[in-house]
Ligand binder design. Structure first.
Ligand SMILES: Nc1ncnc2c1ncn2[C@@H]1O[C@H](COP(=O)(O)OP(=O)(O)OP(=O)(O)O)[C@@H](O)[C@H]1O
Ligand SMILES: [Mg+2]
Length: 220
């Protein structure tokens, strides 16, 4: 299988770039994939999460922009099937560098005006690179549809696709982060875990990753 690269990027801070990276990387590892999470944020949120994990999978590596190409080369040589790149907030050179090498850009966004304001820049970045991109509504209020409708309108106006799986605000994501785990590992039957599972299935289809060919392994 060709190595697929997903860049997770948006300038707005705190909208779930690292959570989406961690959760999808964990989903891939649970599905038996050879997956690598690359952390390009000097805050090292994802790197620290990796250090808190007792399970060595998914592999997490910090990389600067200068080392990215070598890091990807090593991953490819090691038979890596999927790379998720977590990027820093604000205007950075890391996000464009990640988007440049990516096959797909995932743009997490909360239903807040401040987050919406930051979308055009990232959407433009993906568009100029000519690679597919989709916004993921994250931190939506559970049991409310109004935020989803508002976000859908904003994404449509920017001609940005919306991932069909909306991620709501659930404490389990924060509890999991603290433990170096993901929602599906600490509460596999939770709504949060189901949303991540749906997001995973959708992104696999987008990237033509055949999940049926994957061996399901117990990672925990
Ligand atoms: N759906 C969710 N429900 C509850 N908490 C969430 C959810 N998504 C993210 N969080 C929490 O919100 C905080 C910010 O999320 P995260 O670190 O993933 O955002 P980020 O975009 O990577 O931030 P930064 O821009 O600083 O890198 C974290 O504490 C995370 O655990
Ligand atoms: Mg982050």
């Amino acid at each position: 299988m060709d190595m697929k690269i997903i860049a997770v990027a948006v300038a707005k801070g705190g909208v779930g770039k690292s959570m989406v990276t961690r959760s999808l990387a964990t989903a891939a590892a649970l599905a038996g994939m050879n997956v690598l999470a690359i952390d390009m944020d000097t805050q090292q949120t994802t790197t620290q999460w990796g250090r808190r994990r007792t399970n060595p999978l998914p592999l997490v590596r910090f990389s600067t922009e200068n080392d990215l190409s070598d890091e990807l080369g090593r991953a490819r040589a090691a038979g890596c099937e999927l790379v998720l790149i977590d990027t820093p907030p604000a205007r950075s050179s890391e996000a464009p560098a990640a988007v440049e090498v990516a096959d797909y850009v995932l743009i997490p966004c909360s239903a807040d005006i401040e987050a919406f304001e930051q979308l055009p820049r990232t959407a433009r970045l993906a568009r100029t690179s000519g690679i597919p991109a989709a916004a993921i509504l994250n931190l939506a209020t559970p049991n409310s549809r109004s935020e989803e409708e508002a976000a859908r309108g904003v994404f449509e106006a920017l001609e940005l696709r919306m991932a069909p799986s909306v991620l709501h605000r659930y404490k389990v994501h924060r509890d999991a982060a603290r433990m170096g785990l993901s929602a599906q590992e600490i509460e596999p039957d939770s709504k949060a875990a189901a949303e991540i599972a749906a997001l995973w299935v959708w992104i696999c289809a987008e990237l033509h990753i055949s999940t049926s060919a994957l061996v399901h392994k117990e990672v925990v």
